[in-house]
Design a protein around this ligand. Sequence first.
Ligand SMILES: NC(=O)c1ccc[n+]([C@@H]2O[C@H](COP(=O)([O-])OP(=O)(O)OC[C@H]3O[C@@H](n4cnc5c(N)ncnc54)[C@H](OP(=O)(O)O)[C@@H]3O)[C@@H](O)[C@H]2O)c1
Length: 343
Amino acid sequence: LQEGLAMKVSVIGPTGYTGRELVRILLRHGKVEDFLLFGRQEAYFHKEYPEFLGVCEKKIELLEAQKAVQGMDAVFIALPHKVSMEVTPLIRQADKKIKIIDLSADYRLTGADIYKRAYGVEHKDPGYLGKYVYGLCEANREAIRQARFVANPGCYPTSVLIPLIPLMEKGMLEGTVIADCKSGASGAGKSLSQMLHFVECNENIVPYKIFQHQHAYEMAQFMGFFDKSLDLIFTPQLLPIDTGILTVLYIKLKKSADKEKVKALYLERFAGEKFVRVLPESDMPTPAKVRNSNFCDINVFADKQKEYIIVVSAIDNLIKGGSGQAVQNLNIMSGLEEGEGLL
Ligand SMILES: NC(=O)c1ccc[n+]([C@@H]2O[C@H](COP(=O)([O-])OP(=O)(O)OC[C@H]3O[C@@H](n4cnc5c(N)ncnc54)[C@H](OP(=O)(O)O)[C@@H]3O)[C@@H](O)[C@H]2O)c1
């Protein structure tokens, strides 16, 4: 995008939680001149989300691929997995140059076999698996800059993988990383389920899908790009809060690695990253500190006597774990200032 030029984008799925946050961010994005909303039925955005009365009263139009791409620079797809892979080919056919940022999981995995294992169905657009850049901005910035298609990472993977970047890049990890992760209820989107019933989750904390969570495949795939011998144990848990993920990583370093210097490595690696804050001393990352922001807060704890180091991270699942990261990707793909609309 040339300096000063404004963009137009479409959001498909604006009635979902990530769609709602995309709208909130796009409204304050200085380079997005206009955006259109498309859903599976006609509606008005402020009727779906009354907090937007007088702020965004746009019509949500019935999705038609041609309308969603016409005059647009990019399309955000904020649909559930399995639905995105039905809609995305129509978007691509309607405009062969359009940029696509997919918030769903449908194009994150690079093979049809692994997709079937993770999501239990055959992929309907397998020719495009592996053609999307995995949009973990802090790791893949150069590839994202060149990309037309970006698969926005999942919320749990964002909270686990960003804090692993410094150690993976330096080849310091060994064996199995244990990721103990707790997410607020919006992580599951707006559909209701027994587990998300107020009476079930309020004043409670519930582990779920142990060894069965679909995001484990995405994390293992990314870790495998650095070192195929690495493994991950991931325990997702539901916290009775609206938004936020708290991740505690138990990490074994190679014998040659200097535990004492790990914090300095994090400070150095993330010094130029606008949205990663390595916290001072024993200041703890918490979901409350990053709520409604695109930050990933991290702190690192090492003890000479202990075999494992502990790295703690916190993100807002809907922002850095979803719509904020998606707009960060748009900014990178379009040559804009990376924080546009996000600070
Ligand atoms: N929630 C998070 O923290 C988070 C973070 C990162 C990524 N993601 C991913 O981002 C995507 C959207 O998540 P979300 O939390 O925003 O989900 P959500 O709240 O459940 O919203 C889903 C959206 O998709 C639409 N939709 C559902 N089924 C559809 C169908 N069969 N055909 C057409 N439209 C359909 C819904 O429209 P209606 O209003 O008509 O139902 C709604 O607009 C998902 O793939 C999710 O895994 C979510």
